[in-house]
Design a protein. Structure first.
Length: 150
């Protein structure tokens, strides 16, 4: 789909390695959120650059209700379901990547960044849809109880 970034395509951001049978319907449902998806892809492009221009593995992007349930999410209004979030695995240590994103945000390099969570083995990235949304950084050790950082 047109308007997505060089490294983060509509197809990649709507795929599911673990639930391939749900992908066609997931992609159809994602079209209604294409503006958010484009913003998310461009944010991920900036994050990729900040983290050393090395590939980021997107483990989850847009998820319709069925895919969200299939991956085990219990969030009733997950940002994934609005195409405003992606879970990524950078090539570097998660804590180092998290700290690099904090520094980039403080330096004004990520104005569209809404939220970063360190979850078990990935970073959850959320894009701002309104520029006055606050940016928040959180960590967790158990995927349930989050601690705000920065």
């Amino acid at each position: 789909m047109e308007g997505y970034s060089k490294y983060f395509t509509f197809e990649e951001l709507t795929d599911s390695d673990n639930h391939p049978a749900l992908v066609p319907k997931n992609r159809i449902d994602a079209i209604q959120f294409k503006l958010a998806g484009k913003r998310l892809s461009k944010l991920l492009e900036s994050i990729r650059h900040i983290l050393g221009d090395t590939p980021l593995k997107v483990t989850s992007g847009y998820r319709n209700h069925l895919l969200n349930k299939a991956v085990g999410s219990v969030a009733k209004s997950s940002a994934h379901m609005r195409f405003e979030a992606a879970d990524i695995k950078p090539k570097m240590n998660l804590k180092e990547a998290f700290n690099a994103l904090i520094m980039a945000h403080k330096g004004g390099l990520l104005p569209d960044l809404r939220k970063v969570l360190i979850e078990s083995s990935w970073l959850h990235i959320q894009v701002k849809m309104n520029m006055d949304d606050p940016t928040e950084f959180f960590t967790t050790n158990d995927n349930i109880n989050f601690t705000k950082v920065a």
